[in-house]
Design a protein around this ligand. Structure first.
Ligand code: FUB
Length: 307
């Protein structure tokens, strides 16, 4: 059970809880979910909204990690990563994703750069999925000045990372324009040029996964955001847009998804603003629903539990 601290934020010792439906986490605000299946557990990595109610902006200082074996009983672990773990950054613990390679765990996150204009992407590394994670490079892997289309300070956010069957790793990210680049086997350096992805109505939050020979690129579209997806036979595209996976999630302007298979079932993990109806865009909460495929590989629209 949780012990509640004076400022209404639960603290760091491992604690367990049972999800009682959506949102699955109700003792703190969680956003931008990413999931990793490793051995027999699912690890859920989230951002952590702490904006005061009178501030219509994201206030996010650290990330959180939860684990489960059955999607019902969850453990929250010690804070695995904070903005202050990146010496070159100056704050804003925005979205990211963790992947395992060679027994090490790499966490790509968007964070505001200390000296280069705008958001940047950092990578942290740990030798287990719970961390603690440490800055893997001592510098950003992507900065705002590396992408030519950069116009706004948050162009270079929302990294998703994917390792293909041949071992090649890819980093994809973006707001308004989606980009990708190959990663070296060390997972901390780019291995080639940054390439623009041709995706209409791309807002942000790309997520890559592969199933039965199809590559799937899901992403937030329009604003307020819905999650759309495209399919391709090649990670390089061309991507064919296939429509919407879910509609606007409750009263949150943003949406952000992870799509993952765990113990034979497919899950759509996202956030909504259900816990604070009057401040939902900045006090978000992670939700999980089942995801189903059609026989041709297209994805059925997710009927959110909250609908
Ligand atoms: O949490 C901050 C930003 O809001 C994320 O980077 C976007 O995906 C949106 O959810």
């Amino acid at each position: 059970t949780f012990a509640q601290s004076a400022n209404n934020v639960f603290r760091t010792n491992d604690t367990t809880f049972q999800a009682k439906g959506n949102p699955i986490i109700t003792h703190k605000y969680t956003a931008d979910p990413a999931a990793l299946v490793y051995k027999d557990k699912l690890y859920l990595y989230t951002g952590h909204d702490v904006a005061p109610k009178d501030r219509a902006t994201y206030v996010m200082h650290d990330w959180a990690v939860f684990s489960t074996s059955d999607m019902v009983n969850w453990t929250e672990h010690a804070v695995p990563l904070k903005t202050t773990d990146f010496a070159w950054a100056k704050g804003d613990a925005w979205a990211g994703q963790v992947i395992e390679r060679g027994g090490k765990f790499y966490w790509y996150v968007a964070i505001t750069h200390g000296t280069i204009h705008g958001k940047a992407i950092g990578v942290a590394v740990a030798d287990n999925p719970l961390g603690p994670f440490k800055d893997a490079r001592g510098s950003a892997i992507i900065t705002n000045d590396m992408t030519t289309e950069a116009k706004i300070s948050w162009d270079d956010i929302d990294p998703t990372v994917f390792i293909d069957d041949d071992g090649q790793a890819y980093l994809m990210w973006g707001n308004t324009t989606c980009h990708y680049a190959k990663l070296k086997a060390n997972m901390t350096e780019l291995d080639g040029p940054i390439i623009k992805v041709d995706l209409p109505k791309f807002t942000e939050a790309p997520w890559l996964h592969k199933r039965k020979g199809w590559y799937y690129l899901s992403y937030a579209t329009e604003f307020p955001e819905k999650i759309a997806y495209a399919m391709s036979k090649s990670i390089k595209g061309p991507w064919q847009c296939k429509g919407i996976i879910n509609e606007i999630a409750g009263n949150s302007n943003t949406n952000h998804q992870a799509i993952i298979t765990f113990k034979g079932k497919d899950y759509f993990i996202y956030h909504n603003g259900a816990l604070t109806p009057d401040h939902g865009s900045f006090h978000r909460s992670v939700c999980i629903d089942y995801l189903y495929y059609n026989p041709d590989g297209t994805i059925k629209r997710v009927v959110m539990t909250s609908e």
